[in-house]
Every structure is written in structure tokens, then in C-alpha cells.
Design a protein around this ligand. Structure first.
Ligand code: BEZ
Length: 211
């Protein structure tokens, strides 16, 4: 069944390149990103896994643990890691799940039969510390993902979880935010001491509150 925003992320036990994990226990109190890739020893996947490894400090700064999954077996993953390290100027620093029985792929609906009957598509699930799915992305095999965009989306998720704001189109960390329409005008100066602007009654902005 498809996973929807707000659902509890399915728990599972799986073999990974860093040992067996129980997913929810492995996440602990962190945010999590679970992302699938179609197959080992394929070019786009190789660049994606290397890119995520190079962004380790960015994920850590946001309290995010990342984990990849594909239906290939653990021995294949381990051999492929050597290629990722060699070609992507990095050292792999997060686990890859081996999912030959498609337990994870099925639980997260990562196989889209009309795209490919056996391989997982490029899915991304951002999971919060309460284990709720907060963002999903689905890309086809031939289109590599933009992990800077995923970091940007995590920044927005974490900000909008903690403050009564939303982030506008193409927002970047540090840009002005949109004030929630649930807040009446009379409360704006108390709730947004950095200031605010009323552009339309439904479009009110404020400097980013957590900077
Ligand atoms: C790739 O990672 O390059 C790839 C994987 C499966 C199908 C097409 C491309």
C-alpha cells in the first residue's frame, strides 16, 4: 500500500552493510532519510550514493540519519562500495540495506510495476523523530535526485514543525517565511518580534524566526 504523509514509517529488520538493524531502533531520536535505488553497479546510483556520503556533515548538522536500500544482496553492496569510494571522492559513511526478499521495497511501495517490474524506483522518505513520514519523493531510474533540495526541504520541515510559519517557493535557509493564517493580525507583533509585513490579508511574511 502507498505510504502517505503523516503515516507511521513501516518498521522492519534488515541486513545492511553496517550489520543488522531494526529500523525504528536504528533511527532512535533522529530524523531519518530512507532512499531507494534501482540496482548496484549502475552509474546514476553510484553518483547519488557518493553525493550523500559527501553531505554527511550537512545531514549530521540537522540530526538526520541516512540509509539507502536496494534489492541487491549484501555482498554486492560491499563490492560496490569500493567503486563508490574510488570514483566519487568519498568514503561511504552510512548503511545500505540489502533487500533481496523485497521486504522494505514492498512495505514502502518502492516497486512501480509500470516503470519496472523488479527494480525499485528512486524513492525518498523523510521521517521525523516520532517516526512519521513527513515528505516523499519519487524519481524514475534515469533521473538522479538533487540532494541539496532534500536538505533544503529538511530545513523547511524542521522550521515549520517548530514555528507557526510556512516556507515560500524556492525558499532557502535565511529567507523570509510566510506566517500561518491561523494567527490573527492582533497577535503578530507578540509572536513575531523580528517584524512582519502584511502584503495581503492571506499573505504575511516575517524574517526567519530561528535565525
Ligand atoms: C543508473 O543508476 O544509472 C540506472 C539504474 C537503473 C536504470 C537506469 C539507470
Amino acid at each position: 500500500m502507498a505510504i502517505r504523509l503523516g503515516d507511521t514509517a513501516p518498521d522492519f529488520t534488515a541486513d545492511t552493510t553496517e550489520g543488522e538493524i531494526s529500523f525504528h531502533d536504528w533511527l532512535g531520536d533522529s530524523w531519518g532519510i530512507l532512499f531507494s535505488h534501482p540496482a548496484d553497479f549502475t552509474p546514476v546510483c553510484t553518483t547519488e550514493l557518493g553525493t550523500v556520503a559527501r553531505l554527511k556533515d550537512e545531514f549530521a548538522a540537522r540530526n538526520v540519519k541516512v540509509i539507502a536500500v536496494s534489492v541487491d544482496p549484501i555482498q554486492s553492496h560491499n563490492e560496490w562500495i569500493a567503486d563508490i569510494n574510488e570514483t566519487q571522492n568519498t568514503v561511504m559513511n552510512y548503511p545500505i540495506i540489502a533487500d533481496p526478499d523485497r521486504v522494505v521495497a514492498d512495505a514502502y511501495d518502492m516497486i512501480h510495476p509500470n516503470a519496472d517490474n523488479t527494480l525499485t524506483v528512486r524513492s525518498v522518505f523523510v521521517i521525523d523523530p516520532a517516526k512519521k513520514v513527513r515528505l516523499t519523493l519519487t524519481y524514475p531510474a534515469a533521473t538522479g535526485r538533487n540532494f541539496d533540495e532534500i536538505l533544503r526541504a529538511v530545513d523547511s520541515l524542521q522550521l515549520t514543525t517548530n514555528y507557526q510559519v510556512a516556507t515560500p517557493a524556492n525558499w532557502q535557509d535565511g529567507d523570509d517565511c510566510i506566517i500561518s493564517n491561523a494567527i490573527p493580525d492582533e497577535e503578530l507583533s507578540e509572536k513575531f518580534p523580528k517584524g512582519y509585513e502584511v502584503i495581503k490579508p492571506y499573505l504575511r511574511t516575517t524574517p526567519q524566526p530561528n535565525r
